[in-house]
Design a binder for this molecule. Structure first.
Ligand SMILES: N[C@@H](CCC(=O)N[C@@H](CS)C(=O)NCC(=O)O)C(=O)O
Length: 77
């Protein structure tokens, strides 16, 4: 499977929704907290164009929107 990265921060409710889904449906995924790791925030802006979280990177592409991320995970992992 391709490598997956999730950009998030702890107090973001939309991120918690995605993290909860991942607890129920574990997959190998790298998680980067953009509040704890400023370099990760810069990375996210470079890849996706904005610092909005949650954001899933798959195949080098940025997918924003928690509901869309969960649907993508459901059908692709
Ligand atoms: N509709 C989006 C909302 C995401 C959202 O509002 N995230 C906030 C944090 S809770 C954020 O990243 N705000 C900063 C920004 O949009 O640049 C989703 O469901 O993922």
């Amino acid at each position: 499977m391709e490598s997956l990265t999730l950009y998030y921060f702890e107090s973001c409710p939309y991120c918690q929704k995605v993290l909860h889904y991942l607890e129920e449906h574990p997959v190998p995924i790298e998680k980067k907290d953009i509040r704890k790791d400023p370099a990760a925030r810069n990375e996210l802006i470079q890849i996706g164009g904005k610092p909005q979280v949650p954001c899933l990177i798959h195949d080098g592409k940025a997918l924003y929107e928690s509901d869309d991320i969960i649907v993508w995970l459901k059908y692709n992992t």
